[in-house]
Design a protein around this ligand. Sequence first.
Ligand code: HAM
Length: 421
Amino acid sequence: MNYQKLKGTLDFFQEEATKLRFIEEKAKSVLKTFGFEEIITPIIEATDIFVRSSGDNSDIVTKEMYTFLDRGNRSITLRPEGTASVVRSFLENKLYVNSTLAKFYYCGPMFRYERPQAGRYRQFMQFGIEVFGEGGPFLEAEVIISAYKLLVALGIKGIKLKINTIGDFASRKDYADKLKTYFTGQIDDFCPDCKKRLEKNPLRILDCKVDSGKELVLKAPKIKDSLSLTSLNNFNEVTDILTTMAVPFQIDESLVRGLDYYTDTVFEFILDIPGELQGLAICAGGKYADLVKNFGGPDIPGIGYAFGVERIMSVMTSQDLFTNLTKQTDIVMICLDPASKKMGLQLANQLRDENMIVEMDYKNYSLKQQFKLADKVNPRYIIIIGEEERNNGMITIKNTKNNTQEKIKKEQLIAYTKGKI
Ligand code: HAM
């Protein structure tokens, strides 16, 4: 075989594909109870959309985007995340006109040129939400609660919610200045990326993967000393509501997130049990008060999060949370000659109209071979049609669970099977 999938990409088939869709469906069903509606945006967007939103100094923009010139010489990027595209669509389609609160969920592939490793891929699925409109701390808490409820609905254990505030624009500016003063003079000891971050976004030095454990980072000024009263009160209310709602969380003052658009509340659900994914975020998000405005739109704040679906899938597999996902064939048709096959096809499609899963052999296999094939899929019933059955308008139906069989009129088939499957 000459062809292989690209590094950092995955194929999903059979049970794995079913797992992925199961998570997606579960997520949709939970979010619909919160009044979310689906939004589907293109996978390709103008590059500038991501540069402006994620920040031209972010890892995503500087190292990870799949960017190319199309035949019209436009710079195009495969979306590395969903928020920027949803904000673009929200504005372009004026989705703010008829509602004070617009709530969307999305699910689809994202692309980042990262070093592939466990839980980190170059193409991965995100399930995310974005909410636009002013809702204060109650909305912020509800958004986090919806993510928590989804994890509970999936049955995942060993998750820790880490939450922090990075303040409003003024608080962040004050904090960035303090960090700049603090790190200046010591920055030679830091990684090349942090040297650049010092000028453009010193907050990101705090969550650098290389430098995060350094003493200087641990002892850096804390955001709480720079927070405006409004930001502080807002954060206290969010955490109060989470406490009231019995959502466990831990405040983590070093949590700043790697995308520039965040303001105030930021959070991550990380995996906190031993294993190769320990410490990885399976969901992350936060508020972005200024992104819509920065895209040239009205002054409407947004908030959202995204789950990494492959990460959820790995965790759920390791915790044995997928049950009954293997395909269960209801009926196998065994037809003994071409004319019986025609009758079999008709009956199979009538049964499928009743939502039953029906399979049959399309070649002219012998009775023995067809029984062998049936054994592999382990159906609830096997239907046998041969010349005799055809002539009498009857079929033989075998119950594979108790190994009994009987002959019934073909017109009775739906009624006979419907109640039992
Ligand atoms: P993010 O933290 O970059 O945030 O990604 C969200 C989640 O996507 C991560 O927590 C992780 O589970 C998953 N993820 C990220 N990169 C990879 C990868 N290379 N392989 C596998 N999974 C990955 C965002 O993307 C924001 N747009 C979230 C958001 C929505 N904030 C507000 N609204």
